[in-house]
Ligand binder design. Structure first.
Ligand SMILES: Cc1ncc(COP(=O)(O)O)c(C=O)c1O
Length: 427
C-alpha cells in the first residue's frame, strides 16, 4: 500500500514516458529501431571536450569520502561558484560563498525554494509556456497560477500587465501568491528577457511583495545576440527588498553535464531562506566526488571561458542546421530563439498542411494525433502540454545533438506528420 500522495503521482508522472524511451536509444548500426530522442533537454555537443578535460586535468587526490563541510556543498566549491557566477552573470556585487547553497541539481534547488517560500496550496506565477510546475507541485504541493499572454509577446513590457492581472485574479480567489518563477533564458522558447523587462518584473514583485525566483540554468548557453541579463546583475537597492530575489543555476545545461547532478541556489540577501534550506539539505547533498571535480573545473578560468565559448559556437551552428532542415521539410517554427537547446516548432500547422482533410480538427486532438504518430515512428519530442502551452500542438525539438542524429529525427518527424493517424488509433 502506498500513501495517497504517492499513489496520486504514480500514474500521472510526465517523466514515465521519457525514462521509458531512454531505455531504447537509436544507434545507426547497433540499434536502428530505437527511439531518436529530441525531447530531453540534454546538450550532446561537448561530450568529448568534457571527458578530455576530466581525464587530463582533474585530480582526484584530495577528494573527500566523508561528509566534509556538510550538505550545502564544500566551502571550496561554493567559493568557486561565487567567483565563477560573479564573473559570468556579471553580478551587481561580487557573490560570496555564504550566499550559495549547493544541491544535487537545479531540480532540487527549485523544490527546496518552493518548499521554503510557500506553504501547501500557496501559488507561484508562471508565464505560459512554462517549465517547473512539477518541481513545485509534486512534493511541496505549491500550485501554479498560469499566466496567459494571448497575442502579447511574453518577453515584452506589455506582458507585465498579464502577470499582474493573473496575480490580482488569484488573490481575488483567495489564493496566497508567494512568488513568480521566471525561466531566463527561457525553456522552451529559447529567448532571454531584456534588462528593461526584468526591471519591470522586479518592480512588479516589489509592489506585491512576492519573491522573484529566476531559473538561469541556460544563462551561459546564449549563442546569439541579444545577450543575457541575469537578475543578479540588476541594481536592486531602493527597488525591491533584496531578500525577495533568488537565482538558481547548475552545470546540467551550460556544461553539458546533466548526469553529474550539481546545481545551486544563490540568494544573496536572504539568510532565513538559506538557513531553512540547510535544515533539509541532507536530501540534496551533492556527491563529494562531483563537488571536488566541479570545484576544480570552475576554478580553471581559462578552461571554462574557452569551453563556454566553444559550446555557444556549436549551439549556434547546430541551431542553423536544425532551422535549415525544418525549412526544407516545410515545418514552421518560432524564429527569434537565441539561447538554450531548442526550437519551438508548430507541428500542428505542419500536420494540417499535410492533411488538409483534418484542417478543422480541434487543436488538442491534433496534438494527440501527432504525439501518437511520433511515438509510432519512434521519435520523442516534448509537446505543448508538457509546458501548459496556449498552443498544445507546438512541440519542443532539441537541436544539441550530432547532425546525423538530428537528421534521422527530422526525417522521422516528417514521416509521422505525413501519416494518416487519426484519433481512432489512440484507443
Ligand atoms: C529550465 C530548467 N530548470 C531546471 C532543470 C533541471 O535541471 P537539473 O538537471 O539541474 O536538475 C531543467 C532541465 O531540463 C530546465 O530545463
Amino acid at each position: 500500500m502506498l500513501s495517497r500522495r504517492a499513489q496520486s503521482l504514480v500514474a500521472e508522472s510526465t517523466f514515465n514516458e521519457m525514462w521509458e524511451i531512454m531505455k531504447e536509444r537509436w544507434k545507426k548500426h547497433d540499434s536502428p529501431d530505437g527511439f531518436v530522442n529530441l525531447g530531453v533537454a540534454e546538450n550532446n555537443l561537448m561530450r568529448a571536450e568534457l571527458e578530455e578535460y576530466l581525464v587530463a586535468h582533474v585530480r582526484m587526490a584530495g577528494s573527500n569520502a566523508t561528509y566534509d563541510d556538510g550538505p550545502i556543498g564544500s566551502i571550496r566549491l561554493r567559493a568557486a561558484l561565487a567567483a565563477f557566477l560573479s564573473l559570468h552573470l556579471k553580478t551587481a556585487r561580487p557573490l560570496e560563498a555564504g550566499q550559495i547553497v549547493v544541491t544535487n541539481g537545479v531540480s532540487s534547488a527549485l523544490e527546496h525554494v518552493a518548499w521554503a517560500l510557500a506553504d501547501q496550496g500557496d501559488v507561484f506565477l508562471l508565464g505560459r509556456p512554462y517549465y517547473g510546475e512539477a518541481t513545485l507541485g509534486l512534493r511541496p504541493h505549491v500550485r501554479t497560477v498560469a499566466v496567459t499572454f494571448g497575442a502579447t509577446d511574453p518577453f515584452s513590457l506589455a506582458a507585465i500587465e498579464c502577470y499582474e492581472d493573473a496575480l490580482v485574479r488569484a488573490q481575488a480567489c483567495g489564493l496566497v501568491v508567494r512568488g513568480l518563477l521566471l525561466c531566463s533564458p527561457h525553456n522552451p522558447l529559447g529567448r532571454c528577457y531584456s534588462r528593461e523587462v526584468l526591471c519591470a518584473l522586479v518592480a512588479l514583485c516589489a509592489k506585491h511583495r512576492i519573491h522573484l525566483v529566476s531559473d538561469e540554468i541556460y544563462g551561459l548557453s546564449v549563442w546569439r545576440k541579444p545577450s543575457f541579463t541575469s537578475v543578479l546583475s540588476l541594481p536592486l537597492d531602493g527597488v525591491i527588498d533584496p531578500a525577495l530575489v533568488h537565482v538558481v543555476w547548475g552545470i546540467s545545461k551550460d556544461f553539458c553535464a546533466n548526469g553529474w547532478r550539481l546545481g545551486c541556489l544563490v540568494s544573496p540577501a536572504n539568510r532565513g531562506l538559506r538557513a531553512a534550506l540547510a535544515t533539509v539539505a541532507i536530501y540534496s547533498y551533492p556527491s563529494s566526488i562531483t563537488d571536488h571535480v566541479v570545484a576544480q573545473m570552475l576554478e580553471d578560468n581559462t578552461f571554462t571561458t574557452n569551453y563556454l565559448r566553444k559550446n555557444c559556437e556549436r549551439l549556434a551552428a547546430a541551431y542553423t542546421r536544425m532551422a535549415d532542415l525544418l525549412q526544407q521539410r516545410d515545418i514552421p517554427f518560432a524564429t527569434g530563439a537565441h539561447a538554450g537547446l531548442f526550437v519551438w516548432a508548430d507541428l500542428g500547422k505542419a500536420y494540417r498542411r499535410r492533411n488538409p482533410d483534418h484542417i478543422d480538427m480541434d487543436e488538442s486532438a491534433v496534438a494527440h494525433t501527432i504525439r501518437e504518430a511520433l511515438y509510432r515512428h519512434k521519435v520523442y519530442l516534448a509537446w505543448g502540454g508538457n509546458f501548459d502551452s496556449e498552443a498544445p500542438s507546438m512541440f519542443r525539438i532539441s537541436f544539441a545533438h550530432p547532425i546525423e542524429y538530428v537528421e534521422e529525427g527530422i526525417m522521422r518527424i516528417d514521416r509521422a506528420l505525413q501519416s494518416k493517424a487519426c484519433l481512432v488509433d489512440l484507443i
